[in-house]
Design a protein around this ligand. Structure first.
Ligand code: SF4
Ligand code: SF4
Length: 478
């Protein structure tokens, strides 16, 4: 290895040190949003994996609102109508338990993943990281590598650099805009949104939210980047609670690496020195600007960039790879590894139970709803046929996205007579209020209060579905 090949870079301005590493606490910098980290691009197994995952989820995010199912947008959270359309299922505020299950499931899945694999969510899946790396990719293509960018930014702005920076910001804004409009497209039908937006006929609030999310994306991924992870995101703060000595973290093998010292490629290390040649590459590629050799740090997002960087160095030095690697504290200390920990099993079990409950509830979401409200002002009355009569208000909700025909019936008392409409046709999403009365001869009533069951039927043949709702029929005291 030539000497200048691994010429030591100046340390990152915003290098931050471990909370757990007490000796470095005094070096911890204050919050300084103007500091920029010049992240050096790196190739390697984990970066390739991360790029693929990032592109996949970004494309999924952009394409999903365009997917249609039976002439409707397949996934749409219609806030105005308080409905969530998910392919053939429409969820209403009444189905809130499903949403609660989904949130609990997501939370415990995240706890499980964090306990097992550390902050892989942050490193591989978090939109902040995915968008930041896409922005960095454009930056690198247009303004050059990290060294060049740092140097250029310290010099007066030239015409060429101004043009390059302008093109970069144009691409950043385009990505931000399509992110913003696609995100709003989950809440407003996306076909109409695109047409309305480009013909300036969107409502004020829709335009506001598109521009708001465009600005947020541009600022977050373009300017704030690690500031979001280090100072704003609450997950970074509480994730350490889920860590234990068997959690996979990105760690530097201090025993093998120290004492660090530069050396030439073909020279074997001197006695008392380790494998780290202090090339600083692991620091230059770190998106949060930390030095993983300082120990476990809450700023580390487990992205693996430093592993790829160090492996590249180790390869060039003909030294075994994985001086920095995904490992556990127990593994590093060559102690017993315990995969099935109580905490991990508990998180996993709760997540699985929630998944089961969520799928069960989802499979049993009814495409209609029937509410029965008994008239409380008149418990009963004797009608013109000298029958005992009770009055009810039925509320029928068509939860589907199509017009549907329904028929009503009641059971529970023999010879119960129905006064009012029994068949109704409702438009998609319509709520229909139907006042009805039921009457029966006093001789047929065995009790003062008798349980009755209303039945609402939809469709015919194999597509027939029905739901039942309980109510009471009140007669004279027996
Ligand atoms: S220390 Fe390594 S794994 Fe952690 S954020 Fe920096 S580059 Fe990524
Ligand atoms: S840990 Fe690896 S990448 Fe980092 S300075 Fe040492 S040799 Fe270089």
């Amino acid at each position: 290895m030539s000497k200048n090949k691994y010429k030591k870079e100046p340390p990152q301005d915003e290098r931050m040190h471990s909370e757990t590493n007490k000796k470095n606490q005094k070096n911890k910098p204050h919050f300084n949003p103007s500091h920029q980290i010049y992240v050096r691009a790196m190739k390697g197994v984990y970066q390739k994996l991360r790029r693929k995952i990032g592109w996949f989820f970004m494309l999924l995010f952009l394409i999903t609102p365009w997917i249609t199912y039976e002439n409707h947008q397949a996934i749409l959270i219609d806030i105005g109508k308080q409905q969530f359309h998910f392919f053939s299922t429409t969820l209403w505020p009444q189905d809130l338990t499903l949403l609660a299950c989904l949130f609990i499931l997501a939370a415990f899945a995240l706890f499980f993943t964090t306990t097992f694999l550390g902050r892989v969510w942050c490193g591989y899946l978090c939109p902040q990281t995915v968008w930041t790396f896409i922005y960095i990719w454009f930056e690198e293509k247009l303004e050059g590598a990290a060294n060049k960018r740092r140097k250029n930014d310290s010099l007066p702005l030239t015409r060429t650099l101004f043009i390059r920076k302008s093109i970069k910001h144009f691409f950043w804004l385009m990505i931000a805009f399509f992110t913003g409009i696609s995100f709003v497209g989950y809440f407003v039908p996306i076909n109409e949104l695109f047409i309305d937006f480009f013909t300036f006929s969107c409502s004020f609030w829709v335009t506001f939210w598109v521009l708001f999310f465009t600005l947020c994306t541009y600022l977050n991924a373009g300017w704030m980047r690690s500031i979001m992870c280090l100072h704003i995101c609450p997950y970074a703060r509480f994730q350490s609670v889920m860590f234990d000595k068997d959690t996979f973290i990105v760690a530097y093998n201090e025993k093998r690496g120290e004492k660090r010292a530069p050396r030439q490629r073909n020279k074997s290390r001197n006695a008392g020195f380790g494998d780290c040649i202090d090339c600083n590459l692991c620091v230059q590629v770190c998106p949060t600007g930390i030095d993983i050799r300082e120990g476990l740090q809450y700023e580390c997002i487990n992205c693996g960039a430093c592993i790829d960087a160090c492996n590249q160095t180790m390869e060039k030095m003909n030294t075994p790879k994985n001086l920095i690697s995904y490992t556990t504290e127990h593994q590093l200390a060559k102690e017993k590894i315990n995969i099935f920990r109580v905490k991990l099993v508990a998180y996993g079990s709760i997540a699985l139970a929630m998944l089961g409950l969520f799928l069960y509830l989802l499979a049993n979401v009814q495409p209609m709803r029937l509410d029965v409200i008994k008239d409380k002002n008149h418990l009963f009355q004797i009608n013109h046929e000298t029958l005992i009569e009770n009055t009810y208000t039925l509320k029928i909700l068509n939860k589907t996205q199509d017009e549907e025909k329904y028929s009503l019936s009641v059971s529970g008392i023999e010879g119960l007579k129905w006064y009012g409409q029994k068949d109704v046709t409702l438009k998609a999403g319509e709520i229909f209020t139907l006042p009805i009365s039921l009457a029966v001869s006093g001789a047929k009533l065995k009790k003062t209060i008798t349980k009755i069951t209303f039945k609402l039927k939809r469709g015919s043949g194999k597509n027939k579905t029905s739901i039942e709702t309980q109510s009471r029929f009140i007669g004279p005291i027996k």
